[in-house]
Design a binder for this molecule. Structure first.
Ligand SMILES: NC(=O)c1ccc[n+]([C@@H]2O[C@H](COP(=O)([O-])OP(=O)(O)OC[C@H]3O[C@@H](n4cnc5c(N)ncnc54)[C@H](O)[C@@H]3O)[C@@H](O)[C@H]2O)c1
Ligand SMILES: [Zn+2]
Length: 319
């Protein structure tokens, strides 16, 4: 079983091309910095306004300072969440037994940048998918609420999420403590001028009969503010996620098949830095062998139990 921690590379360097949002393909030689489209995705990391750029090393230094004051008394807990934490809120995952891709393998194209940018039919289907999606209507479930409870109990918590549904924040997690690795489905971004607007407004235009609404500023192609396959992650958000994975004492991967890189490799990185690794997921993952504890039970009941033990200082318990 391969662990891809090395693919993240040194976070102070520009994010290499081999670390786009993609499946576990082998690392290639380093190539030029991020493409303009990928670099332009202003993921809200909650620390600084979208669009404001600081060097990765500055972000890391600032982060280390904040962490040292916050973690003086209690160990930092990192929670990497994936689509499985939100299935009980009615949002289907991609790769689970009821996952979108098992039902419709073509659906992967709808979230692949190259297809999206070159094929108007794919864009029309994407907008239909967004219109029909439960994502914007969904409410947090017991697992999201348990994460917020842990944070409110005084334990230093950072959520690194692959989800684009915003449910951690709706459940009350402070925005600055949620790192949205794959962006958000609640906003829309122009691929040409980078103008950002609300998803609701774009969906109203689709409902009113425009199957592929264009940017109101420049006429450019609009997409959701999510990171599609073929795009790179926001380097600042990834840098901070790496810092969290390296600094935490407990790393809980929940509801993720741990197949999407580079997010999945954060689990390996945390274990390498001595964190206790707990995996809560119904199906096996490539990182189970590395884990100190694997819980293969329904998340909305299993995660609260795990987090109660963490809050009680049990470090997650188990073997
Ligand atoms: N809610 C969302 O925002 C959402 C939904 C679908 C996909 N996505 C995007 O697609 C990517 C998919 O990757 P992923 O690794 O997050 O998800 P995934 O679909 O690859 O894996 C989800 C995993 O969760 C498990 N699971 C699902 N429901 C569960 C439950 N109730 N209890 C226990 N286990 C359960 C499944 O067995 C599966 O292994 C994400 O990175 C994300 O960007 C997001
Ligand atoms: Zn535009």
């Amino acid at each position: 079983m391969t662990v891809w921690a090395a693919r993240i590379g040194d976070p102070v360097e520009p994010l290499p091309q081999e670390a786009p949002f993609g499946r576990t393909e082998p690392a290639r030689a380093r190539s030029p910095p991020l493409s303009p489209s990928a670099a332009s995705v202003p993921v809200s990391d909650g620390l600084h306004p979208a669009g404001e750029r600081r060097s990765p090393s500055a972000v890391r230094r600032a982060y280390a300072r904040r962490m040292s004051s916050e973690t003086t008394h209690r160990p930092l807990v990192a929670i990497l969440s994936g689509a499985g934490i939100s299935t009980d809120s009615g949002i289907p995952d991609y790769r689970g037994p009821q996952g979108l891709w098992r039902r419709d393998p073509e659906a992967e194209k709808l979230v692949t940048y190259e297809y999206y940018m070159t094929d108007p039919e794919i864009r029309r289907r994407s907008w239909q998918m967004r219109r029909d999606s439960e994502t914007l209507r969904a409410r947090p479930n017991g697992a999201h609420e348990a994460v917020t409870r842990l944070e409110r109990s005084g334990v230093p918590v950072r959520v690194i999420t692959q989800n684009v549904d915003g449910l951690h924040q709706i459940a009350g997690m402070p925005t600055r403590k949620v790192l949205e690795l794959h962006g958000t489905a609640r906003a829309v971004l122009c691929t040409h001028c980078e103008a950002r607007s609300g998803m609701e407004e774009a969906l109203e235009r689709v409902a009113a009969g425009d199957p592929d609404p264009a940017c109101r500023e420049c006429g450019g192609i609009l997409k959701s503010a999510t990171v599609m396959f073929g795009e790179s992650l926001d380097p600042e958000v990834l840098t901070e996620a790496v810092a969290v994975a390296q600094a935490c004492e407990i790393f809980i991967a929940v509801g993720t098949s741990l197949q999407v890189q580079p997010a999945a490799s954060l689990a390996g990185l945390a274990a390498e830095h001595g964190a206790r690794l707990i995996i809560v997921n119904a199906e096996p993952t490539p990182y189970d062998e590395l884990a100190d504890e694997v819980v293969r039970e329904p998340i909305s009941t299993a995660l609260p139990a795990v987090l109660d033990r963490v809050a009680a200082g049990g470090g997650g318990g188990g073997g």
